[in-house]
Ligand binder design. Structure first.
Ligand code: MRU
Length: 346
């Protein structure tokens, strides 16, 4: 089934084939307003990725794939289009995975007419989207039975909005809840962008899953009191050895989970696996503007001129990860062998 037609999906993008325009739901405006923005220019798509109108590892890969379609349709040089889209965000490997795939397809189509090239690239971008949804649904199947009874905690937004439509960690939680395996979910607010409070809470509310938002510094307290039985997060890049880059704050949760004997799961499609990166030390970590830290939205919190830092991701070492749920099955330590085997699986 095409990604745009699946009944249970909350997808952050649409593609208008007639007009050859990409539509993105503005994730900066959610949950207050559901605004769909139209893009016919690849540079505007690159800005939307950089500014986080669209965000989440698989979603930015899919948006970038359609960005390539727009650039080629407009007659822009392919290398320039790909280079611009690659320069938007450094951590999520899905972006590079999708762009490499579009580049390979463009090479295969290069002898055809311009019209046929655009058509072929559009089909490839749609395939990347559809395959992502299929991978999320498979992850949900594999992962739902892993979550122990009780409450699960998640961080950031690894939901439909971050993917082609069903979500990675959020998809697993949705399926576990539907099967009656878990009671409810805690969503970390996820400073500074508040993906948890704004987007994950919005998605679970829409899906009818009981969700409770907490500040990022409350998780340890709730774990100590026995109110959290597992943690599950998505990933932006998983190194060959199983180290996981994900939204800043994930590492602290993994340490807390270990200290409390709580399983810590990661859900990610195989497009997030990066066998070329040996360990987490080699994963580029995006540093974003410190304005996003000293302010919440337009409201300044910290004094003007104060120093701040904004690493947008952190690395959770593999030894803190109980299991990695992929579309091809579940990987456990030692991850270099289990992940390599899953990459080879059909
Ligand atoms: O900065 P963001 O919002 O793009 O970061 C998103 C995350 O860290 C998600 O957890 C990750 O991309 C997994 S999404 C399925």
């Amino acid at each position: 089934m095409s990604a745009s037609l699946h009944p249970t999906l909350l997808s952050p993008l649409r593609f208008d084939k007639g007009l050859c325009e990409l539509l993105l739901i503005d994730q900066l405006a959610l949950p207050g307003e559901e605004i769909w923005r139209r893009y016919s220019d690849y540079q505007a798509v690159a800005d939307a990725i950089r500014n986080m109108v669209v965000r989440g590892a698989p979603a930015i890969g899919i948006a970038a794939a359609f960005g390539v379609v727009l650039g080629v349709k407009a007659g822009e040089p392919l290398e320039q289009v790909i280079a611009t889209l690659r320069s938007t965000r450094p951590t999520a490997v899905n972006l590079f995975w999708a762009l490499d795939r579009m580049q390979r397809r463009a090479a295969e189509l290069s002898m055809l007419s311009h019209h046929k090239q655009v058509e072929g690239l559009c089909t490839e971008a749609q395939a990347i989207w559809d395959e992502d949804v299929a991978m999320c649904l498979r992850m949900a199947e594999h992962g739902a039975k892993l979550l122990p009874p009780g409450n699960v905690l998640t961080h950031c937004n690894a939901g439909g909005l971050a993917t082609g439509g069903y979500g990675t960690a959020v998809g697993v939680i949705r399926s576990a809840f539907a099967l009656g395996h878990i009671a409810g979910v805690f969503a970390d607010e996820t400073r500074p962008f508040l993906q948890g409070a704004r987007l994950t809470a919005y998605e679970f509310q829409k899906a009818g899953v009981p969700v409770t938002v907490i500040c990022d510094n409350m998780a340890g307290h709730l774990m100590a009191r026995g109110e959290i039985q597992s943690v599950i997060v998505g990933a932006d890049r998983i190194a060959k050895n199983g180290d996981v880059a994900n939204k800043i704050g994930t590492y602290s949760l993994a340490v807390l989970a270990k200290a409390h004997g709580i399983p810590f799961f990661v859900a990610a499609p195989r497009s997030t696996l990066d066998p070329k990166t040996a360990s987490g030390r080699d994963i580029p970590i995006e540093e974003r503007s410190t304005e996003e830290v000293v302010k919440i939205g337009p409201v300044r919190l910290a004094p003007v001129g104060v120093l701040a830092r904004h690493p947008a991701f952190d690395v959770t070492p593999a030894h803190l990860v109980t299991a990695i749920i992929t579309d091809a099955g579940i990987a456990r330590a030692p991850y270099d062998t289990s992940l390599s085997a899953l990459l080879l699986a059909t």
